[in-house]
Ligand binder design. Structure first.
Ligand SMILES: C[S@@+](CC[C@H](N)C(=O)[O-])C[C@H]1O[C@@H](n2cnc3c(N)ncnc32)[C@H](O)[C@@H]1O
Length: 282
C-alpha cells in the first residue's frame, strides 16, 4: 500500500521527488574556477572599486592567512560539498553556485536565504559563492527531516538518527560541513521551522533558494513567506521541480508557476533546478 506524504494527497512513489542522493563518492564535474575568489577581489564587483594591482599580493596574503586560521584550503568547498550527504546532484550544484556568483557580482554584498539545509550540501555550494562576493548566507531548517526522511520512507538515513531523541538530526553534519569548508563566518545557521522563521523574518534577500518541505501546503507557505523579500534583480532558485507528476511531487512546480505570475522570469533550468530572476519593473 502506498503511503501518503502529509498534505500532499499523493502516494509516496509520486510525491517524493525523483532525487539523486549524491554520495560522498560522487564526483563534481562543475567547472567553477576555485581560484576565482582572489581573482574576484582583484576585479572588484558592483558598487566596489577594483583592487589596484599593487595591492593584490598583500590581499592574497591576507586572504590566505584568514583561511589558514580557519583551517581551510582554497579548494576545500568543492571537496566538502562532494563529501556531504544531500540531494543536490553535481550539475545542479554547479549551476546554483554559478548563478549565485553572478547574482552577487551584480547585487553586491547582501543577504542570501536558503530554505532546507539538511546536511549542508547546497549550503556549501552557496556559502562558498557568498564568501567570494562578500554576501552572507542564512540557512533555515529544523533539522528533523522531511516526511520522506523519516523511518520507513525511501530517503531515510538511519545513520542520521540521534540516539538521544530517536529522531533524525542533521545539524551536527551541517556544522561539520561548514567547519570543514571554513564557512562559519559566512553562514548563519537558523534552527527552526519555516513557519517560525516567517514570523519574524524582515530582511530583503538578494538570493532565495527554496529546497525545504515539498508538501503542497508548506512549499506554498515558504514561497509566500519569503519570495516577497527578494529584491529587484535578485535570484529565486527552486529545487525538485518536476512538471510531469510521474517524475515527482508537484508542489515545487506549482511554486514556479506562482513565481512566473509574480514578476519572476525564468533564467535557466538544470535538471530539477529552476533559476528565476526578479524583474526590476514590478
Ligand atoms: C530536500 S532537504 C534539503 C536538501 C539540501 N538543500 C541539500 O542540498 O541536500 C529538505 C529539508 O527541509 C527540512 N524541512 C522540512 N520541513 C521543514 C519546515 N517546515 N521548516 C524547516 N525545515 C524543514 C528538512 O528537515 C530537510 O532537511
Amino acid at each position: 500500500m502506498a503511503a501518503q506524504v502529509a498534505g500532499s494527497g499523493r502516494s509516496a512513489a509520486r510525491a517524493v521527488p525523483a532525487r539523486t542522493v549524491t554520495s560522498p563518492a560522487a564526483t563534481n564535474t562543475g567547472a567553477i574556477n576555485t581560484a576565482a575568489p582572489l581573482l574576484r577581489m582583484s576585479m572588484g564587483f558592483a558598487g566596489r572599486p577594483a583592487v589596484p594591482a599593487c595591492h593584490h599580493d598583500r590581499m592574497t596574503v591576507t586572504v590566505t592567512a584568514a583561511r589558514a586560521l580557519q583551517g581551510e584550503r582554497a579548494d576545500d568547498w568543492q571537496r566538502v560539498a562532494d563529501a556531504t550527504k544531500g540531494f543536490l546532484p553535481a550539475d545542479e550544484g554547479s549551476a546554483l553556485r554559478a548563478a549565485a556568483l553572478s547574482t552577487g557580482l551584480s547585487t553586491g554584498s547582501g543577504t542570501w536565504l536558503e530554505i532546507g539545509t539538511y546536511c549542508g550540501k547546497s549550503t556549501v555550494h552557496l556559502g562558498s559563492a557568498a564568501r567570494e562576493v562578500g554576501a552572507h548566507l542564512v540557512t533555515v531548517d529544523h533539522h528533523r527531516g522531511s516526511e520522506e526522511n523519516q523511518p520507513g520512507w525511501e530517503w531515510h538515513d538511519a545513520a542520521l538518527v540521534d540516539q538521544h531523541t530517536g529522531r533524525l538530526e542533521t545539524l551536527p553534519s551541517l556544522r561539520h560541513a561548514l567547519w570543514d569548508a571554513g564557512l562559519d563566518q559566512t553562514v548563519t545557521v537558523v534552527v527552526g521551522s519555516t513557519q517560525q522563521v516567517a514570523g519574524w523574518w524582515r530582511t530583503p534577500v538578494d538570493l532565495l533558494f527554496l529546497d525545504g518541505n515539498h508538501t503542497e501546503a508548506v512549499a506554498l507557505h515558504d514561497y509566500a513567506a519569503f519570495a516577497p523579500h527578494v529584491v529587484a534583480g535578485g535570484l529565486l532558485a527552486v529545487h525538485d521541480v518536476f512538471p510531469d507528476p510521474a517524475d515527482g511531487g508537484q508542489a515545487p512546480w506549482h511554486v514556479v508557476q506562482l513565481a512566473l505570475g509574480d514578476g519572476f522570469a525564468q533564467e535557466a533550468v538544470t535538471g530539477s533546478l529552476r533559476l528565476l530572476r526578479k524583474e526590476s519593473t514590478r
